[in-house]
Ligand binder design. Sequence first.
Ligand SMILES: *[C@@H]1O[C@H](CO)[C@@H](O)[C@H](O)[C@H]1NC(C)=O
Ligand SMILES: *[C@@H]1O[C@H](CO)[C@@H](O)[C@H](O)[C@H]1NC(C)=O
Length: 344
Amino acid sequence: MAVRNNILPVNLVFKFILLASLITENIDLAGAWLGVNFGEDGDNLPSRTDVVKKLTDIGMKQVRIYHTYAETMSAFANSGIDLIIGISNDDFMTVLADVNSSLNWLNTNVVPYPNTNVVTITVGNEVFASDSELLIAALLPSMENLYSALQQLALDDITVTTAHAFDVMGVSYPPSAGAFKSEYLSTMTGIAEFLSRTGSFVFVNFYPYFTYEADKTNVQLSYALLGSGYLVDSGNGKVYINLLAQAVDAVYTALTAVGYGDLVVRVSEIGWPSGGGDDATVANAQTHNQNLVALVEEGTPLKPDNKVDAFLFAMFNENLKAAGVEQNWGLYYPNLTEVYHIDF
Ligand SMILES: *[C@@H]1O[C@H](CO)[C@@H](O)[C@H](O)[C@H]1NC(C)=O
Ligand SMILES: *[C@@H]1O[C@H](CO)[C@@H](O)[C@H](O)[C@H]1NC(C)=O
C-alpha cells in the first residue's frame, strides 16, 4: 500500500481546520454513528449479559459480532442495539452452499432470537485476503443464497454484505486514482452489483496503524491518528486532512470505476493498538479513537453528505489472538476496566 501525504506549514493547516470546523457546525449530524466490534477471541471475557450492559452504559447503538453464539445472541435481546452478525470464512461455504442450507442456518442462528435486532449479516471477513480461490469464488453465490433465504423467511429488512480487507485495493493513493486489484475486479464488480440491487452497502476494514507502520517516511503520525494533516489530490481537486477520509474516497473512486459509485461505504473495522508493537501506545490509541468519534460526523471530500459510519476495533483485548499488537486493540480489559477513556 502506498499512502502518502504532503504536509503544508502548520499555520495553513490550522486555518484549514478552523474553516472545516465552522462548516461542520452547519451540517446535519443526524444519522452519523460510531459502532464497535465485539470480538470474542478471549477465554477471560465477561458474561455476555455484562458485555451488553457495558455497551449500553457507554451508549453504543451499533455493534458488530463475528459469530452467532447462542449466549451472545440472547444477551442482545431487547437491548436497543442494532446488531451486525457474521458468518466466518470457515463456515460460510458450507452453511450457505444453497438456499436450503441458508434457510437452515437462519432458522438456527437468527429466527430463535426475535428480540435481537439483527440489521445486517456479513458473509465472511477479509475473504480475498484468504488467498483461497475456492472461498473467493464462493463468496457472491453464498451472499445470493443467504439473500434468497432471508426473502423466503420475510426477514427482508436484514441486509447482506461482506467485510473486505483494505488490500482489495490495488491503488489507494492518491484517492482519485483508487482502484480495486485487477485480479479481483470482476468479483468485486459482481458483489457491488449485488449490494446495489439488494439495498446493501460496502464494508471495508481500514487500519491507519498498519498504513503508518508500512510507510512512516511518507505518512505523518498526526495524519494517521486522524488528527491533522493536509493532502491536495490534484486528480480530483480535493483536500484531505486525515487518512480515513483519504482511504474511504479511494474506495468510492474504485466503486465509481466499476459503475457503482452510489453505494455507501462503511468502515467495518478501524482502530489503533495500545500495546504490543511500535507506536502501539495507550496515548496513540486514545488519540486515534477520540479523533475517530468526531470524524464519523463528517462526510469525505468526495461524498460530503455520506457520514463515515464506522465500527471501532475493538471492545476488548482478546487473549486468544496472536501475541503482539493483535491482543491489544481493546477499549476495555476483560475485567471491564477501561484501557483508556473515550468520550462517545
Ligand atoms: C429444499 O427443502 C425443501 C423442503 O425440505 C425440499 O422440498 C426441496 O427439495 C429442497 N430443495 C433443494 C434444492 O434441496
Ligand atoms: C483489570 O485488568 C487490568 C489488566 O490486567 C489491570 O491492570 C487492572 O488493575 C484490572 N482492574 C481491576 C479493577 O481489577
